[in-house]
Design a binder for this molecule. Structure first.
Ligand code: NAD
Length: 353
């Protein structure tokens, strides 16, 4: 059954790890290493069944391949899950055993933080292996760099769709003033854009409005707020059958992962004449930060990588226009072409700087 699933998803390697002494039970999925070592976080979750854990790790590792390829990174896609209740089972001994298992993969998989794993956990893993990023010796919180990439994605979208290269011309609604949304809203305000903010946490809204003198909109009214750009930076699934008819914007471009409730919503937006900048293309600044960390790069280099997201999105928009398709389809094609070219030796896996 596992082999069939691997063949279906084109996975290179799935490794099951068990350490009875510490209770470690984990699955590491390496989807594709054509472009470089597979990188993706470790999720610590109490899955209902082992089959659920396998499904999750196979899907997540595959998504990482496309995200890294679409970001022009010299990395493949991987992911790992540790099965169990983190409150009950997460111990330094277990994480140490997990680190040794990562080390045994010889660098084909590089891990990092994900759901229920954090910087202090990666510090423990790093005692056993170098193939880990997101430690306290790393490049720090990637969120402002993610925001910088989203900002450039918004600018590129506005240039192609609205014909303006002046961010100060834009009215942008930012949904979610967390680590990314706040940094994005600040960058937009600095550029002279007219920003309206929204968050379910009233304190987040109040502090931003006090500091920057911008307008706010209630969480339930955010979709029908008239603007050029709606930037969802809170949770996934907010672009769906209910909200698409309400949207009063020209562009949807934000950081939230899996912002479309379903893939078909990309086409639904297009049918309404709204432009959607794929989340995994414009929120790749976080991945770029850990990629720089793994390669010994700097935070400054990660900011520069994130700034290039605008040009890359522009290329994808051109592909979409040529092929009369969505930019989501074009982004996937861009990623697949890069992997195929590297696989056939037509171009180096490591993109030229
Ligand atoms: P965060 O937890 O710091 O902030 C989320 C904010 O959204 C909070 O202020 C919260 O109150 C608000 N919120 C939650 N539900 C809401 C709702 N229904 N309506 C309005 N506001 C709501 O998270 P973050 O790190 O800023 O990440 C934001 C999104 O971007 C997430 O989807 C995350 O997966 C994605 N993302 C983050 C990074 C990163 O570098 N942090 C990288 C890639 C993608």
């Amino acid at each position: 059954m596992v082999l069939d699933s691997m063949v279906d998803g084109s996975h290179e390697q799935v490794t099951y790890v068990s350490d009875p002494e510490t209770g470690l039970r984990a699955i590491v999925a390496i989807h594709d290493t054509t472009l470089g070592p597979s990188l993706g976080g470790t999720r610590f979750l109490d899955y209902d069944t082992e089959a659920d854990a396998l499904d999750d790790v196979l899907g997540l590792s595959r998504a990482m391949t496309y995200k890294a390829a679409a970001a022009d990174l010299p990395l493949g896609g991987g992911k790992a899950v540790i099965l169990g209740d983190p409150d009950e089972h997460k111990t330094d001994a277990l994480l140490g055993a997990y680190g040794r298992a990562i080390e045994n993969l010889g660098g084909r998989y590089v891990t990092s933080v994900d759901v229920n794993t954090g910087v202090t956990d990666m510090d423990v893993v790093a005692r056993e292996t170098d193939h880990v990023v997101g430690t306290s010796n790393g490049l720090g919180d990637p969120s402002p760099i993610t925001a910088h990439g989203v900002y450039h994605g918004i600018c590129a979208s506005a240039e192609h769709i609205l014909g303006t290269d002046t961010p100060g011309d834009l009215e942008v609604v930012v949904q979610g003033l967390g680590k990314v949304g706040r940094a994005l809203a600040e960058e937009l305000v600095s550029a002279g854009a007219e920003v309206t903010v929204s968050d379910v946490d009233e304190d987040h809204v109040a502090s931003f409005v006090d500091e920057h003198g911008v307008d706010s909109v209630a969480p339930e009214a955010v979709y029908e707020q008239s603007c050029d750009v709606f930037a969802p930076c809170a949770v996934g699934g907010v672009v769906n059958d209910d909200t698409i008819p309400q949207l009063e914007c020209d562009i949807v471009a934000g950081s939230a992962n899996n912002v479309l409730a379903e893939r078909r919503h990309a086409e639904a937006l297009r049918e309404r004449g709204l432009f959607y900048a794929p989340d995994y293309v414009i929120n790749a600044g976080g991945l770029m930060t850990v990629a720089e960390e793994y390669q010994g790069g700097s935070r400054k280099a990660a900011y520069e990588d994130a700034a290039a997201i605008g040009n890359r999105l522009g290329e994808m928009i051109e592909i979409a226009e040529r092929q009369d398709t969505t930019v989501l389809d074009a982004a996937e094609e861009y990623a697949i072409r890069r992997i195929e070219r590297a696989g056939s030796g037509d171009e180096p896996a490591v993109a030229a700087e």
